[in-house]
Design a protein around this ligand. Structure first.
Ligand code: NAD
Length: 464
């Protein structure tokens, strides 16, 4: 990544880039569906051609294996592009709605249109997926885009910049690399859409910058995600699903379980099964199923959350390798350090509860999470989970897999974010829907003209 030396020069460069993209957008070149499809196909071709380099970059950044990179980054991304290519014509059609009697005769419909110049800011934990999936939405909707990937996986950021900047017109799509100073400079400009993935803390900075220009903003943030295990759940299967989802990407996954709430009668069995599952998965770098912690700062942060007196399993780590082995904590209290922030690492605190009311009360002590999971066999508890707990997305008797269904929109609520994307929701996220009343000129009702009589008022009341 280039070191930015002259901040003023960088700001001037960015200002020019945004202006050039706005001018290009205003030529209407990005609006035709044919153009959008062509660009999406081009993006797909470039990604497939450079797959090996992309694998190599992410492996060097934090040890993510080719298999895992395919599974959680590249396949979902290519699926997203394929879906946009297949469905774009349908998504971009006018959407008819009913016309009320007062406006009869007329047609009413919604017209999707691109917002203009988008800024997409990515996070580091799934760096390809979280930068390029929103980009697909921006392109499908017909915008121009400036993409700023996270600087932490530096080679991954570099490869995205290289393959995109070498192949696309910068007036249409440009990757700008950088850390906080560069992102701060980018946020000084006016955009028509800002799409941000990252922490709630930086989300607030982005939201303030967007508010300066009343820019439409989507924030994909994080939080403390609970997984609740009730006494009647299918425990073995539930633990199997949750443990894989907790330790994939070494727990550096925004929708993974942050903490487990387990009924006191099944807690011992839960802990035993959790250890068995960890050992069955054999999470390790040698097995290509365990990534490094992204950097030393995060390594130290996560290690400091492990209270040695509360370790049930694991707790070991290697700073040189930036590896924290899968760790389970028990006898955890809500006052412990591990319960004061989002963990974002391979540490699972287990807290026991007696009644479901007590479990829900614990969840509600925290900001609304990005995800929540319930493992239960009881229809009544499932209903209560759906109706009483606020969260972005979730699953019943599973964990994280809701993200892999593109028909389910993905997003948070409150401190875990605003707005949603994936599949057609990405198209909608980067579009404005103009509401149109389309009148023929042959017929006219006289109700609104020439003064208001009692009779007119009565008719208007009936027509609504
Ligand atoms: P982060 O907020 O530190 O960084 C995200 C982006 O913001 C990066 O591109 C970074 O360069 C930029 N940035 C950082 N500090 C900034 C500042 N002061 N001013 C302007 N820009 C700044 O987040 P992260 O560490 O990359 O990711 C971890 C967080 O992201 C966790 O909270 C996690 O839950 C969340 N997350 C959410 C999703 C989601 O889809 N909702 C996905 C992945 C991660």
């Amino acid at each position: 990544m280039d070191q930015v030396i002259d901040k003023t020069a960088f700001e001037a460069e960015v200002e020019q880039l945004v202006q050039n993209q706005r001018d290009y957008f205003n030529t209407n070149a990005t609006r035709p569906i044919g153009f959008r499809l062509e660009q999406l196909k081009k993006l797909k071709g470039i990604l497939l051609r450079h797959e090996d380099e992309m694998h190599d970059a992410i492996y060097k950044d934090f040890g993510k294996s080719k298999y895992e990179n395919q599974l959680v980054e590249i396949y979902p991304l290519i699926d997203e592009i394929n879906m946009a290519i297949k469905k774009l014509k349908k998504w971009a059609q006018h959407k008819s709605v009913k016309t009320n009697l007062l406006n009869f005769p007329a047609k009413s419909y919604l017209v999707p249109e691109p917002l203009g110049v988008s800024l997409v800011i990515g996070a580091w934990n799934l760096p390809y997926n979280l930068s390029l999936t929103p980009l697909v939405g921006s392109m499908a909707a017909g915008n121009t885009t400036i993409l700023k990937p996270s600087e932490l996986p530096a080679r991954t950021s570099d490869i995205m910049a290289k393959i995109i900047n070498e192949n696309f017109d910068p007036n249409y799509l440009r990757v700008v690399e950088g850390a906080i100073p560069e992102t701060t400079a980018l946020l000084k400009q006016r955009y028509d859409k800002i799409f941000f993935t990252g922490s709630p803390k930086v989300g607030k900075i982005v939201n303030k910058a967007a508010a300066e220009n009343l820019t439409d903003v989507t924030l994909e943030l994080g939080g403390k995600n609970p997984a609740i295990f009730t006494k009647d759940c299918a425990l073995k299967m539930g633990v199997k699903r949750m443990i894989w989802a907790k330790f994939v990407n070494s727990g550096q996954f925004c929708i993974t379980t942050d903490y487990a709430l387990v009924h006191k009668d099944i807690k011992e069995e839960f802990l035993k099964l959790a250890v068995e599952e960890i050992e069955k998965n054999n999470f390790s770098r040698e097995n290509n199923n365990y990534v490094q912690i992204i950097n030393e700062r995060n390594f130290d942060r996560v290690v400091n959350l492990i209270d040695p007196d509360k370790v049930y399993y694991g707790g070991t780590h290697n700073r040189e390798e930036r590896i924290i082995n899968p760790t389970i904590l028990h006898h955890v209290s809500l006052e412990d350090a591990v319960m004061q922030e989002e963990i974002f690492g391979p540490v699972l605190p287990v807290i026991e509860f007696e009644t479901i009311d007590e479990a829900f009360k614990i969840v509600k002590r925290f900001e609304k999470p990005l995800a929540a999971y319930l493992f239960s066999d009881s229809s009544a508890t499932k209903e209560r989970f759906l109706n009483e707990l606020p969260f972005g997305s979730g699953a019943i008797n599973d964990c994280v897999m809701q993200i892999s269904n593109p028909n389910l929109p993905f997003g948070g609520v409150g401190h875990s974010g605003m707005g949603r994307y994936h599949g057609k929701y990405s198209f909608e996220c980067f579009s404005h829907f103009k509401s149109i009343l389309d009148k023929p000129t042959v017929l006219e009702t006289n109700l609104k003209y020439y003064g208001y009589s009692e009779k007119q008022m009565k008719i208007i009341k009936v027509l609504g």
